[in-house]
Ligand binder design. Structure first.
Ligand code: NAD
Length: 424
């Protein structure tokens, strides 16, 4: 197993370039210090590893693993680990940059990082996944650290993988280091409220935005794409606020019911159906594109990146988009949404609930004292409302979209951090 520093540049038309495209607009709008801009265009560390794993059939497979540290200007790097077939260097670079901006928007003392393994977790046994996760942890032993780089779950990973990472890291260090990873199961140092936190943040952002739009949640409908961690909690929490969820979907199918989908029934169905909505009754089956363009007030993309393309943007009927997923909207779709006067609460604000409660988990691990779920939720909601207001104020002050307002909010703090830390 060898760890090497990968230093090839981002590909053209890449996800990282779409981060830079937004960074450019924000930098120009706020007149960002050009040195700070230069620093942020180049992730500070990028590690690529090859991970040989003995599969159940007795043959070795070699997997590609990555960890990118975009910045540590405001604190140790923080960001999830993704298991998916399309994980690549460009993607982790983009996702890690978004983490830098997201942590700054949410006022967390962190920089940004992201990792991933190119694999299809749905096609692997539990044993294979455990061996792969432990191999990745060993390969990243010099990258991860309680005050250095703190991973968390992302697409395709959950508390189970976090527990394996913690165990392997503890063995390497010869001591217990619960703060090295967040999103852990509760009994081994996880935080109450972490599992639902990203969905909760989506809910709080939706309520804040509806208030600005003078809309009553109880007279509001929503479509949610993705029924995993973010999407399922977001749908449940939005429904609890009286919002009618008219469409839900995952990789196996999308479903629409104009009278409202019974989210409790959908959650129960998924639990007993291999974690998928396939075959769900109580709504008609529609396509993924139909879900995104369905008649509703709020659209919550909470599955994949780049789903709101120019074509989809042109067909969107919602007046509010709250981005649960990372990067669901392409840069080309932004001006179309603006033209249509659709308010977009951007990913770096809308899905920052997860990293916010991850931060609370890390704080509790450091204290060795744990809060009640009520306390965590109250702290989360208060933090999120402040972040929303700061972004809203910058959006108004710079007459920009909320996306650029959020970038400006983050960049102002990072710019200050660079200047305070002094010359290079
Ligand atoms: P997850 O693996 O728990 O769920 C992903 C969901 O997306 C599943 O329901 C899956 O079926 C669905 N999906 C996959 N391909 C699809 C397709 N082609 N069409 C429709 N649905 C599809 O992942 P998650 O943790 O919920 O993450 C979802 C998004 O939210 C990602 O972009 C992730 O980076 C982002 N995010 C997650 C967190 C977190 O705390 N989990 C925090 C911030 C951002």
């Amino acid at each position: 197993m060898s760890a090497q520093i990968a230093n090839s540049p981002a590909e053209h038309d890449s996800m990282f370039e779409s981060v830079l495209a937004r960074l450019d607009v924000a930098a120009k709008t706020m007149n960002l210090d050009e040195n700070v801009n230069k620093i942020l265009r180049n992730p500070s560390r990028l590690v690529k590893v090859s991970l040989p794993v003995m599969m159940d059939n007795g043959k070795v497979e070699v997997f590609e693993g990555y960890r990118c540290i975009h910045s540590t200007i405001l604190g140790p790097s923080k960001g999830g680990i993704r298991y998916a077939m399309d994980v690549n260097q460009d993607e982790v670079m983009a996702l890690s940059a978004w983490m830098s901006f997201k942590c700054a928007v949410a006022n967390l003392p962190y920089g940004g990082g992201k990792g991933g393994i190119k694999c299809d977790p749905r096609k692997m046994s539990v044993g294979e996944l455990e061996r792969l996760t432990r191999a990745y942890t060993r390969a990243m032993k010099d990258v991860f650290g309680v005050d250095k780089d703190i991973p968390a779950p992302d697409m395709g990973t959950s508390g189970r993988e976090m527990a394996w990472i913690l165990d392997e890291f503890n063995k390497i260090q010869g001591e217990s280091c619960p703060g090295v990873i967040t999103g852990k199961p509760i009994v081994i140092g996880g935080s109450l409220g972490r599992d639902a936190a990203t969905g909760r943040g989506v809910m709080i952002n939706t309520l804040c935005a509806l208030k600005k739009l003078n809309k009553d949640p109880k007279k509001t409908t929503a479509s949610v794409q993705g029924f995993g961690n973010v999407g399922s909690h977001a749908a449940r929490l939005l429904a609890e606020q009286g919002i009618t969820i008219v469409a839900i979907g995952d990789h196996t199918g999308s479903f629409f019911n104009e009278k409202g989908i019974d989210i409790k029934a959908a959650l129960e169905y998924v639990k007993n159906n291999n974690n998928t909505l396939k075959g769900f009754k109580g709504a008609v089956e529609i396509t993924s594109a139909e879900l995104l363009t369905a008649k509703c007030d709020v659209l919550v993309p909470a599955a994949l990146q780049n789903v709101i393309t120019e074509e989809i943007a042109a067909g969107i009927q919602a007046t509010l988009i709250v981005e649960g997923a990372n990067g669901p909207t392409t840069p080309e779709a932004d001006p179309i949404l603006k033209e249509k006067n659709i308010l977009v609460v951007p990913d770096i604000l809308a899905n920052s609930g997860g990293v916010t409660v991850s931060y609370f988990e890390w704080v509790q691990n450091k204290m060795g004292y744990y809060w009640s779920e009520k306390e965590v939720n109250e702290k989360h909601d208060a933090n999120m409302e402040i972040a929303f207001e700061e972004v809203w104020n910058n959006t108004q002050a710079y007459k920009s979209t909320m996306r650029i307002g959020a970038y400006i909010t983050a960049l102002k703090k990072i710019e200050q951090g660079v200047k305070l830390k002094g010359n290079y």
